[in-house]
Write a protein that binds this ligand. Structure first.
Ligand SMILES: C[S@@+](CC[C@H](N)C(=O)[O-])C[C@H]1O[C@@H](n2cnc3c(N)ncnc32)[C@H](O)[C@@H]1O
Length: 222
């Protein structure tokens, strides 16, 4: 097996080591000793975009919010569903991740940042949502490994009942929030319902019908 190659590194806002590595043709991004994402499995990252846009894709001028960029698979899947008049706003915390998407990772999702329908905000999604943006038709939240802070401790503010209410307010009536998760969380599903979403959990696998098992929390604003 090939050795792991360090391609680049940076620091998270909390000072943890953020690394981009490659091995046997696949790329991984790690935070400290933990894996944040890998290019080996991305089916469920695409599925979140499909679910967020299931109703809205055909609406004229559909707007989708994607947090964060990662390797761009979710953004690509959203762009493939949006019409010419659609818009995708992607909010990414780490400038290094954006730089890597314009460099060594660009080919993975066919350079989604070059699409004129994309607006990139290098910002904290917590602050972006708190600033009450113009409402979206779909929101995808994939900033951690699930509805527990992992990349940045302040991300816990997204998963509280208040955080979920802010996300609800950032959706148009009929709009859909989808939260990617590596684990099940009945308490989180309940919090979504208490915050006002018609919410359900959908299962997905990392590689179509194979790979890691993930849970996608889908909430519709009534
Ligand atoms: C698991 S990856 C996303 C994978 C992505 N769905 C894809 O298709 O490749 C999580 C991303 O969210 C970013 N992130 C973490 N916390 C964030 C925050 N508070 N605001 C914006 N982006 C954040 C990370 O830097 C990382 O790029």
């Amino acid at each position: 097996m090939d050795p792991t190659k360090l391609i680049a590194e940076a620091r998270t806002p909390a000072g943890e080591r953020l690394t981009l590595t490659s091995r046997s043709g696949y790329f991984s991004v790690g935070v400290g000793r933990d894996l944040l994402m890998s290019s080996a499995e991305h089916h469920s990252e695409e599925r979140v975009a499909e679910l967020a846009l299931a109703d809205a894709a055909a609406w004229p001028g559909t707007r989708v919010l994607i947090g964060g960029l990662g390797m761009g698979f979710t953004l690509r899947a959203a762009l493939d569903r949006l019409g010419a008049g659609g818009r995708a706003v992607v909010v990414e915390l780490m400038p290094a991740v954006v730089e890597w998407n314009r460099g060594p990772l660009a080919h993975l999702a066919e350079r989604p940042l070059d699409d004129p329908r994309v607006t990139l905000e290098v910002a904290d999604l917590v602050d972006y949502v708190a600033a009450r943006p113009e409402p979206f038709d779909g929101i995808v939240l994939d900033v951690d490994n699930g509805p527990e802070a992992f990349t940045a401790t302040s991300n816990s503010r997204l998963y509280s009942r208040n955080g979920l209410r802010r996300l609800l307010a950032a959706l148009r009536p009929g709009g859909t929030l989808v939260v990617w998760s590596a684990f099940e969380s009945p308490p989180f599903l309940r919090r979504m319902q208490q915050a006002g979403f018609a919410a359900r959990a959908v299962r997905a696998r990392g590689r179509g019908k194979k790979g890691a098992r993930h849970t996608l929390f889908v909430g519709r604003r009534r």
